[in-house]
Design a protein around this ligand. Structure first.
Ligand code: ADP
Ligand code: MG
Length: 215
């Protein structure tokens, strides 16, 4: 169960449309990880965030990410990498709810185990936000279906699990195709040494947001 804080979303630099959307969703106050990370995410800073499962990490990056999407540009502006198809589906669902506040924002899920053709077709129409698993995203990149030269925000969600599942090389290959000047958000439930190492490699002056489990 998500624990809320006393902090409403009112203190944040989010659009009035998102404010009322959050109200409709019943998100009345920020969870601790949202309170700790959203101001930095909205300010365009790199963030490394650690909090347990179920703590509201998707909205912690999602609200910030969607606020900074320009629906008038067709480029893929944000890419969210997730370790599994199920997690990518969950993130896509949550981002779709949050994206109701951003008219004409197109979200696309690129996960393995689904046919390639329709994903390619959707990419041809343009997607502002792509959520996917590293293997399938890399596949589309290498086939030229997905272009990341207009990317401004990269999110590694459940980065610890992605590394544990052996996606380090695929992640590296994807990151190599993104512009150097970008916002990089690293979300994780745990903080193994490998996460510190990848943060040093791909982030610039990251703001740390950590919410320890309460026992
Ligand atoms: P995590 O990624 O940390 O595991 P999720 O982003 O999946 O957590 O969020 C867990 C649940 O909490 C979701 O059902 C989400 O809709 C809900 N949630 C997120 N933020 C809030 C909030 N501020 N107020 C109420 N519920 C929230
Ligand atoms: Mg999550």
């Amino acid at each position: 169960m998500t624990r809320a804080t006393d902090d409403g979303f009112g203190s944040l630099a989010v659009s009035p449309a998102q404010r009322s959307n959050l109200e409709r969703l019943g998100y009345l106050s920020m969870t601790p990880i949202q309170a700790a990370s959203l101001p930095a995410v909205l300010a365009g800073k790199d963030v490394i965030a650690k909090a347990k499962t179920g703590s509201g990490k998707t909205a912690a990056f999602g609200i910030g990410l969607l606020e900074r999407i320009n629906p008038r540009s067709l480029a893929t502006q944000a890419l969210v990498l997730c370790p599994t198809r199920e997690l990518a589906d969950q993130v896509t669902g949550e981002l779709r709810r949050l994206a109701r506040a951003v008219p004409n924002c197109k979200l696309l899920s690129l996960v393995g185990g689904k046919p390639f053709g329709p994903q390619k077709g959707s990419l041809a129409h343009g997607a502002h936000v792509v959520v996917g698993t590293p293997g399938r995203v890399l596949d589309h990149l290498q086939k030229g279906n997905l272009k990341l030269d207009g990317l401004r925000m990269l999110v590694l969600d459940e980065a610890d699990r992605m590394l544990a599942m052996g996606f380090a090389d695929a992640m590296d290959a994807i990151i190599a195709e993104t512009p150097k000047k970008r916002q990089t958000l690293l979300f994780s439930a745990t903080y193994p040494d490998a996460i510190a190492a990848i943060s040093r490699k791909i982030q610039k002056a990251p703001v740390s947001a950590t919410v320890e489990a309460v026992h």
